[in-house]
Write a protein that binds this ligand. Structure first.
Ligand code: CO
Length: 466
């Protein structure tokens, strides 16, 4: 039987999010979409993650309109998004009615593959988004259950297999291993993929990794040999560094294995030719820092994602405390252990990083505990993977019990929609506008105001012309 390994192209989302903070505007890539549509990708990741926020906050774009435009130019390719479970694309837990509507609108506007994850792998936070995906599914919809991969004494292969079994039971159709820090080694990939395949039969497995530490190509090689079904790659000029391995490189490697990727060689090369000058322009204007294209093996020691390192350097520089960098870096694994080994992915990466810096700068551990870390210890982000340090728990909780903050238990009142309608008035013209506001209130309001002003200017201009 001919084996296939399909490729997801990430240049429109994760590759440009990782290399240049998601600043790629739609206008830059509209002209290549029809070529991408012929390339034979498993899917094109183009939405979710930070794209929604970036559209409203920095690019003056309507994220929904962007999605509809991509859909229009790519009718034959599965469009994929990354969704942070109950947090959607933001940083707090939303009510179930908001999560359901968001998923409904995402599918309605063109999304096919919804990759759903929770920072803590607390599966209660995936249920609502999954149910909504299955409820509004079209024939192309795929609900992908995603695991935030990390290494720690409590993250064993057995534990991951248990999570995968649960995801399969919940109704997910594929399983994605999301190695956001790029620290998954080739042998860890082998152990995991073989283990999951043995336990789950023919459930398709997707591997998402980053080149940050330089290990990704080796890891993908072992993953391919171990039976992975889909791998995430980026067109070569937007690959490597903090981004994904290169699409063309993996295409050639798969050919050598005699494995069919379904890719059209001419099309994938045309995609890279198209993006080359675009990338150069962003290097020239400083948006793309060449540092993010380098290999940084430090993450293998500290298990710290690249974005978290640059964040920490920026914070310490602001505070004129870069001399404490090494100490703060060494404090990260300690804080992580105290908090029960949360995977270092948004928002946990920021929380752990900031707490480590605070511990070092104040010269006393947990003299000050951030609001977010307190809420985490209270249980508001979900269940920690391992036990939280007892003394620390006592310090934050006193005698009270941790809460169970599964939002599902809260009422579904539609109050966010009502509040959004009231706040926006005639600025809102669609459910999508309301949803943008619910997710990012000030950014969406500013965008919708600009949209209205622009239209009014066009009207006045037309009248003058008459
Ligand atoms: Co990623």
């Amino acid at each position: 039987m001919n084996r296939t390994v399909r490729i997801t192209e990430t240049v429109l989302r994760d590759a440009n999010q990782s290399l240049m903070a998601t600043r790629l505007p739609y206008g830059d890539y509209e002209d290549i979409l029809s070529t991408m549509d012929k390339a034979g990708y498993y899917s094109v990741e183009c939405w979710g993650g930070a794209t929604f926020d970036s559209c409203l906050r920095y690019l003056n774009e309507d994220p929904w309109e962007r999605l509809r435009n991509i859909r229009k130019h790519m009718p034959n390719t599965k469009l994929q998004m990354l969704l942070r479970g109950q947090n959607l694309l933001g940083y707090k837990h939303y009510h179930d009615d908001v999560v359901e509507k968001f998923v409904e609108l995402s599918i309605k506007n063109g999304i096919d593959v919804i990759r759903i994850f929770d920072a803590l792998n607390d599966l209660r936070n995936l249920g609502t988004a999954l149910d909504a995906t299955l409820k509004y599914a079209t024939k192309n919809t795929v609900a992908s259950g995603c695991i935030s991969y990390t290494q720690s004494p409590v993250h064993t292969v057995e534990k991951y297999i248990e999570i995968c079994r649960e995801l399969q039971k919940m109704g997910f159709q594929t399983i994605c291993l999301k190695d956001m820090a790029g620290t998954m080694s080739p042998f860890e990939a082998e152990g995991l993929i073989k283990g999951i395949k043995d336990a789950l039969g023919d459930m398709p497995i997707v591997l998402h990794t980053h080149c940050t530490t330089g290990m990704a190509y080796m890891t993908l090689t072992k993953a391919i040999e171990s039976g992975v079904d889909v791998i995430d790659c980026a067109t070569s000029c937007f690959s490597n560094g903090t981004s994904q391995p290169a699409t063309e490189t993996m295409f050639y490697a798969l050919q050598q294995y005699g494995i069919d990727s379904g890719l059209d060689e001419k099309a994938i090369n045309a995609v890279n030719d198209y993006f080359k000058p675009i990338k150069q322009a962003y290097i020239d204007n400083g948006t793309l820092n060449p540092k993010s294209m380098a290999t940084d093996a430090q993450a293998l020691v500290y298990k710290v994602p690249g974005g978290m390192l640059s964040n920490m350097i920026a914070n310490l520089t602001d505070m004129h405390a870069m001399d404490k960098f090494e100490e703060a870096l060494a404090e990260i694994p300690n804080v992580r252990k105290d908090l029960g080994y949360p995977p270092l992915v948004t928002p946990l990466s920021q929380m752990v990083g900031n707490q480590a810096v605070t511990n070092v700068l104040l010269g006393e551990r947990y003299k000050q505990i951030s609001k977010e870390v307190q809420n985490y210890i209270k249980g508001e982000y979900g269940i920690a993977p391992g036990p939280i340090d007892e003394e620390l728990t006592k310090k934050v909780l006193g005698d009270s019990e941790p809460v169970d903050c599964r939002v599902e238990d809260a009422k579904r009142t539609g109050e966010e929609f009502k509040a959004a309608k009231e706040a926006l008035g005639d600025l809102a013209r669609s459910e999508e506008d309301l949803m943008s506001y619910i997710c990012f209130p000030p950014q969406a309001e500013a965008f919708l105001k600009k949209r209205k002003e622009k239209e009014e200017n066009v009207c006045t201009y037309t009248i003058r012309q008459l």
